[in-house]
Design a protein around this ligand. Structure first.
Ligand SMILES: [Fe+2]
Length: 507
């Protein structure tokens, strides 16, 4: 507690003016013992000069002095400094200046000199509190002014990239930070099924979107996804993420700001983020009205390419953590797509099955290896951690709007048809069809490959397990189809995807 008080006190600088050196000496002992940053002078003129040239937060001065009294010193000071907090020391209460003078000179308090200075220390403590509050208020006021100045600029009609850059540059004026980025969805001006992310960064994040994607780690993605999904600010160690919410209460992106000390600025950043979101939403609407069709198509093709690049970049990140998962994920993607084709699903849905298959277990990326690779039975606490992976995966993929439609597949791939699965205990057709397909493919591949906790089952046994699970774990319709499309022709399929079986498997 004491340490904390000293820490706060030493941020503020106190000047003591008294023509008796003895008073300055004893005050210096008391003030330094209480952790204050202190300077003392005996000459009123010198004090005025010091205040003119240096920054002080608080002046403690004697009233009766030569050649001029304390009230005259203050009168001169107030001509050029109306912010300094002033406490007056009087020899005796009858010798204090009249109340009108104290008020007129904006002196915040006075007390009598005595040997113990207790009353003075209390006055200083309360003065420091007021000064601190004043600083916060001033910072907030300045910040709001900055926002007011910045807003018209970010509303100017210009390409989205320019707006994003302005938003980031303006932030730097009221937050002590060098590294930041903004990631927004280019909704509205693209074909409906295609959303993509537009990126702009400064400082360390001044990179192309491709470079940025390759430095995105799943932990950061999970935080971004969490901010997007919950529409709430996320505080990380040394950084903060603000969701950008449009007027329809939809998340259209995030701002990430790196800074070690953001406490006072959080509220300002929140206000600014709201302004930024409105400006962007406005700009998107405008570009929707103005962009010609062929331009739309060209953008669509370019974005489609970024989408595929991003999948590849993310996949590399996942594989870097655990190369064993990729064979399994590829096969889940393959089987699921096969079932999707048998169901005559659209090309978009088949793509989702492939991507969902590849990323269904991405939420395990931050799970500790000793739990993932444990060969004994998991205890309840460990099982609870494992059970978080669908939701964590959903958050990771929510970081990038382009993965929006894959999120439900990842989130619900461990739901059971009878409602006893997780994370939401959805039942029957409440579980999205594509997630029900993934669930069967995932279980089938788990059974037909060796795991560190058990050997693989033969095909007959696997078929039996699937049939047993129909109606409880699995959708019976999907199991029927899976047996026909995959299990019955497994030898040929296995030959076709034999490359995926060359890697050791790890679930
Ligand atoms: Fe899983």
């Amino acid at each position: 507690m004491r340490l904390k008080k000293k820490e706060i006190s030493s941020e503020y600088k106190i000047l003591v003016l008294d023509d008796e050196i003895g008073i300055i000496d004893s005050l210096s002992v008391v003030l330094q013992r209480n952790g204050y940053n202190f300077d003392g002078v005996t000459s009123p003129m010198l004090a005025i000069e010091k205040i003119r040239n240096e920054h002080f937060d608080l002046l403690i001065l004697d009233y009766m002095m030569s050649p001029i009294n304390g009230d005259k010193v203050v009168e001169q000071l107030r001509e050029f400094n109306d912010e300094l907090y002033i406490l007056l020391l009087t020899g005796h209460k009858d010798m204090a200046p009249p109340l009108e003078t104290i008020r007129a000179l904006d002196i915040q308090g006075y007390c009598e000199k005595n040997d113990r200075f207790d009353q003075l220390i209390l006055l200083i403590e309360s003065a420091i509190k007021s000064i601190k509050q004043l600083h916060t208020i001033r910072k907030f006021k300045d910040g709001l002014n900055k926002i007011l100045e910045a807003v018209p600029k970010i509303y100017q009609l210009q390409p989205i990239g320019g707006i994003l850059e302005d938003i980031l540059v303006e932030i730097m004026f009221f937050v002590n930070s060098k590294n930041a980025f903004i990631l927004v969805d280019s909704t509205g001006n693209l074909k409906e099924d295609m959303q993509n992310s537009i990126f702009k960064g400064i400082g360390e994040y001044n990179k192309s979107i491709e470079e940025f994607m390759s430095m995105l780690d799943p932990v950061l993605m999970e935080h971004i996804g969490y901010a997007r999904t919950t529409k709430q600010m996320v505080k990380m160690d040394g950084a903060v993420i603000f969701p950008l919410i449009n007027e329809f209460k939809q998340t259209i992106g995030i701002i990430y700001i790196e800074s070690s000390d953001l406490d006072d600025d959080i509220k300002l950043l929140e206000i600014y983020s709201n302004q930024a979101a409105s400006a962007l939403s406005n700009a998107f609407l405008h570009s929707l009205v103005n962009t010609k069709n062929e331009e739309l198509n060209r953008t669509y093709i370019e974005l489609k390419k970024t989408y595929l690049d991003t999948i590849e970049a993310l996949r590399l990140t996942v594989d870097a953590k655990d190369e064993y998962t990729c064979g399994h994920s590829d096969r889940v993607a393959y089987f699921s797509k096969k079932i999707g084709q048998a169901l005559n699903l659209s090309k978009e849905e088949l793509d989702l099955l492939s991507i969902g298959g590849i990323f269904h277990d991405i939420g395990k990326i931050s799970t500790a290896d000793d739990i993932l690779r444990k060969s004994d039975k998991l205890n309840q606490a460990e099982y609870d951690i494992i059970k978080q992976h669908p939701l964590r995966g959903a958050h990771i993929l929510s970081a990038l709007s382009m993965f929006r439609d894959v999120v439900p597949l990842v989130k619900y791939h461990h739901e059971w048809y009878d409602g006893s699965g997780y994370p939401e205990e959805l039942e029957g057709e409440e579980i999205p069809l594509l997630a029900r397909i993934l669930s069967v493919s995932d279980a089938f591949d788990a059974m037909t490959t060796n795991r560190h906790y058990r050997s693989k089952l033969d095909l007959a046994h696997t078929r039996e397990q699937l049939i047993n699970g129909a109606g409880t774990q699995f959708d019976p319709m999907i199991v029927d189809l899976f047996i026909k499309e995959v299990v019955d022709c497994f030898p040929e399929i296995k030959e076709e995807i034999k490359d995926t079986y060359t890697l050791p498997i790890h679930n």
